[in-house]
Design a protein around this ligand. Structure first.
Ligand SMILES: NC(=O)c1ccc[n+]([C@@H]2O[C@H](COP(=O)([O-])OP(=O)(O)OC[C@H]3O[C@@H](n4cnc5c(N)ncnc54)[C@H](OP(=O)(O)O)[C@@H]3O)[C@@H](O)[C@H]2O)c1
Length: 442
């Protein structure tokens, strides 16, 4: 058996860091402070040779000023760099810098979900051609190990479903709405004050960030290629306090979920939307800005991954985990496993999704209305599991003569539900439009 013996005095592996913001600053500190441990774990020391930023005039506390440059291109075109860590974010210049680094023979570690979900194919293909690594554990759920479990630990199993709370901002907002009965706007302002939400929260609250992560999770879980533009996303801006209250009355909470599941041999569903989940489901108790990913695999059964999904220091843990792994591969002269996509699965339209639905609306409070509604639902192939009827609250003659109906359906096809909603909303016995939320995990 051949054994690699560590050579004392071996040259360090050279590392370039692009970006020293929320995450990059902590990554630089970990590399500089834990150099001896990293060297022992890798078998060779690491040398941080440069940190590229946009604005050189900013004070960078605790980090050696001589490392900083505002010329990332000069770093990625050096032929002696072994590993480039990209923590700039966004599409450009990150994409061009990563492709240039690969062309110059460097392995890459990145946390950039937006880039990989939109241009992953081009980047992974370039890396495979050159024989270098692209690792991205931090891109999906911050500190939570989920990329490697899907790519390596579960690669001998068949994944049925991946369902996750992968956006801390929206989970914080929904959690506040649930526990403190605040409305959406007040919860958003609180999240912004605490630094959980950006000044422009669109990417989070409209589900776009979760959509990019859903694309990455689906690609890994089903050995196929899913781009973020294939993922239907619905955010949480339309959720009102009454939705949360009504969900609670049927033993559920509302969460923004990223879902990837296998529909049949040729297609998967990948989507992001708010949904009711039963209080007993493992995802129901994930609170605050935490993230969690629930995986169901044929042999392994149900698995749950939980932890901080963002934040500079937790995310830096996942980045340095990748750094050590990629460095070990360099020392052994190998690249890690390729991103396999041999399945070529189609991503189904939302209309093909099959799930349960929770419908809520006001109706005229008179005999026969419930039967008429059940008939309309049945005409569209939708059967009702439970019905809850409460007298409508509020003032005025309409409220006095109406009742609120909450219906939980059995599993139905989304296209049928949409057609049914059209008919229900046109029915004169309804005193309000139907509000509907999907129900998962039942
Ligand atoms: N923050 C989190 O909790 C978190 C969690 C998971 C994943 N991520 C991902 O990690 C990546 C970094 O996020 P972050 O929050 O650390 O971002 P950030 O705080 O905005 O930092 C970005 C860094 O990139 C530098 N930069 C921007 N444009 C540049 C350019 N053209 N050339 C050179 N440097 C440039 C900035 O320089 P200046 O310092 O001069 O402005 C800054 O140091 C993103 O892909 C993000 O999605 C973040």
């Amino acid at each position: 058996m051949m054994m690699r013996v560590r050579q004392e005095g071996e040259a360090p592996l050279k590392v370039a860091l692009l970006g020293s913001g929320t995450v990059g600053t902590h990554v630089a500190k970990l590399i500089l402070e834990h150099g001896d441990d990293f060297a022992a774990r890798i078998g060779r020391p690491l040398e941080l040779v440069g940190i590229a930023v946009r604005d050189l005039s900013r004070t960078r506390d605790d980090l050696p000023p001589e490392l900083f440059t505002d010329d990332p291109q000069a770093l990625v075109t050096r032929d002696d760099i072994d590993i480039v860590i990209e923590l700039i974010g966004g599409i450009e210049p990150a994409k061009q810098l990563i492709l240039t680094a690969i062309d110059h023979g460097a392995s890459v570690v990145t946390a950039n979900k937006a880039l990989l979900a939109a241009h992953g194919a081009e980047i992974f293909t370039a890396a495979e051609r050159v024989g270098v690594d692209v690792y991205y554990e931090a891109a999906v759920a911050g500190a939570i190990p989920i990329v490697r479990p899907l790519r390596e630990s579960l690669v001998g199993d068949s994944i049925r479903t991946v369902m996750g709370i992968v956006n801390g901002t929206t989970n914080y907002i929904l959690d506040k709405m649930t526990t403190e009965r605040t409305d959406y706007q007040a919860a958003l302002v609180q999240a912004q004050e605490l630094g959980y939400a950006e000044a422009d929260p669109t990417a989070d609250v409209e589900g776009l960030d979760a959509g990019a992560k859903a694309a990455l999770l689906a690609s890994l879980a089903f050995h196929t290629r899913v781009d973020s533009n294939q993922v239907p996303t619905e955010g949480i801006t339309h959720i009102v306090q009454d939705d949360i209250r009504a969900a609670h009355e049927v033993g559920c909470v509302v969460k923004l979920l990223a879902i990837a599941d296998r529909l049949d041999d040729s297609q998967i569903s990948v989507r992001v939307h708010p949904a009711l989940i039963p209080l007993g489901h493992p995802l129901a108790s994930v609170s605050g800005a935490y993230n969690a990913i629930f995986v169901e695999a044929e042999a392994a059964g149900r698995l749950m991954f939980l932890g901080p999904g963002a934040g500079g220091e937790p995310t830096a843990s996942a980045v340095t985990g990748d750094l050590v792994t990629v460095a070990r591969n360099r020392v052994r002269g190998v690249a890690g496993p390729d991103q396999t996509n041999y399945n070529n699965l189609a991503v189904a339209e939302m209309g093909a999704v099959q799930t349960r639905y929770f419908l809520r609306f006001r109706v005229v409070d008179e005999p026969g209305v419930l039967a008429a509604i059940a008939t309309i639902l049945a005409r569209h192939g939708i059967s009702v599991q439970t019905v809850l009827q409460t007298p409508a609250t509020g003032a005025g003659p309409l409220a006095a003569a109406s009742a609120e109906l909450s219906l939980m359906t059995h599993v139905a096809t989304e296209a049928n539900l949409v057609a049914c909603l059209g008919e229900l909303n046109a029915n004169p016995k309804l005193r309000s439009d139907v509000r509907f939320l999907r129900v998962e995990g039942m």
